[in-house]
Design a protein around this ligand. Sequence first.
Ligand SMILES: [Zn+2]
Length: 78
Amino acid sequence: MKLSSEDIQKMMEAVKMTREHELDCGHCYDEIDQFVEMELSGKNAAEVMPLVQQHLDLCGACREEYQALLDTLKAFID
Ligand SMILES: [Zn+2]
């Protein structure tokens, strides 16, 4: 399938539209430590910060970052 520049334009618009309702990686990264802290203190982080949860579900890079931070902090607590 060959894309015309018009198709690409349309896709770019669609991507921009979704992005408005989502966090980007930089923003998510800023929130991850807070998210992890909340989770470790037994609060429902996903409920308080649903956009972060949503981003973690979608984005492997941030999920890895989240997991690493979680493991680090858990080790620190134990
Ligand atoms: Zn991300």
